[in-house]
Design a protein around this ligand. Structure first.
Ligand code: KG4
Ligand code: ZN
Length: 333
């Protein structure tokens, strides 16, 4: 079964073709970051227009690269939330158009669930039960996953997402949006112990808060204008990483899960990928990270998630499917 995956929930236009929910034939991602860079964040209306401009061409390119035609597509999977409503509408409308024209079923996918399906695309696949840490620009949550398709959110941020905190900190120190990958690179040259940034809410519960950390950085920067950028980045990143790791380990222990999987854009971070497995091993747990290109927004994970929903859960959606900007990750999805 060939699934066409479509992802437009934020500022990446992405199209993928995946065979039988596992084999990636093509996974194209067109990032709008250059478009939004000068504003320091994503401008929703500009994002919608750019998705509309780019999506049809990207789908045609995907088919060409995979040497397939529209007739070969058996199922259309599309992100219908959470995300920016305009961009989601572009993706869902386009997917419905393809499904109608090709007379194929369409499946709407939760963007957060799709992030977790990156683990199913690994070789060998990482299967539930596991504790998922989803850390992206828009979301940071801990989710217990007893089996594919079933999700119980057990904790998460009360304010900013981890990626959002990195991006906002980056703005404070003059890095262009999105700052996460640049902080990742700069931190490699810096000393993570140099600046004692706080670890908000580290000692209790499964919830997190990153807004205070950003404020602490703002005050620290006012007092220390000449701090070296690599040390600043390494120290700030260390605070974010330590909170994510501690909370995920605590959640895994509380729900008696021995495996932890990390997904979402922040999962591409090198410091997190290095630090987390060591900490987990000390507590007798295992951590899995998808390859970086499956951590950030892409449509192969959407196709894999859609394939599971259709073939295992027997789900498909009417072409009138309405996107939901605040779609929660809860129960069977
Ligand atoms: O999952 P994603 O691609 O889009 C959303 O659903 O939000 O995540 C984007 C976020 C941004 O905040 C970006 O700065 C962050 O992930 N990010 C990183 C890295 N790559 C992307 N953060 C730290 N290190 C990275 N290598
Ligand atoms: Zn995402």
């Amino acid at each position: 079964m060939i699934v066409l995956g479509i992802e437009t929930s934020c500022d990446e236009t992405a199209v993928a073709l995946v065979r039988d929910g596992r084999e990636i034939l093509v996974n194209l991602v067109y990032s709008q970051t250059d478009l939004h860079a000068r504003y320091g964040g994503v401008v929703p209306e500009a994002a919608s227009r750019d998705h509309l401009r780019k999506l049809p061409a990207l789908a045609a390119e995907a088919l060409e690269k995979a040497k397939l035609s529209w007739n070969d597509v058996d199922l259309v999977g599309v992100t219908y939330g959470p995300g920016l409503i305009g961009p989601l509408l572009v993706g869902v409308s386009y997917a419905a158009g393809v499904a109608l024209a090709c007379d194929r079923p369409m499946v709407g996918v939760n963007h957060l669930a799709a992030h977790l399906f990156a683990l199913k695309l690994m070789e060998p696949p990482v299967e539930p039960p596991f504790l998922g840490l989803i850390a992206s620009g828009g979301h940071t949550l801990l989710v217990a996953v007893p089996r594919w398709g079933e999700y119980q959110v057990v904790g998460g941020t009360r304010d900013d997402a981890a990626g959002e905190a990195l991006d906002k900190f980056g703005r404070l120190v003059g890095l262009p949006y999105p700052a996460g990958p640049k902080i990742d690179a700069l931190a490699q040259e810096g000393d993570p112990t140099k600046i004692p940034f706080p670890r908000p809410m580290l000692e209790s519960g499964l919830d997190m808060s990153f807004a205070g950390l950003k404020t602490a950085a703002l005050y620290w920067l006012r007092e220390h204008r000449d701090a070296p950028l690599p040390d600043l980045c390494a120290s700030f990143l260390e605070a974010v990483v330590e909170v994510l790791v501690e909370k995920a380990l605590r959640a895994a222990r509380r729900f008696q899960l021995k495996r932890i999987v990390v997904a979402g854009g922040v999962a591409a971070n090198r410091r997190l990928r290095e630090f987390f497995p060591k900490r987990a091993a000390e507590r007798g747990m295992e951590v899995f990270f998808p390859p970086a290109e499956l951590c950030t927004d892409n449509a192969a994970t959407v196709a894999a998630c859609a394939h599971h929903r259709y073939t295992v859960l027997g789900r498909s959606d009417p072409l009138s499917l309405v996107p939901d900007a605040n779609l929660p990750l809860h129960g069977w999805q």
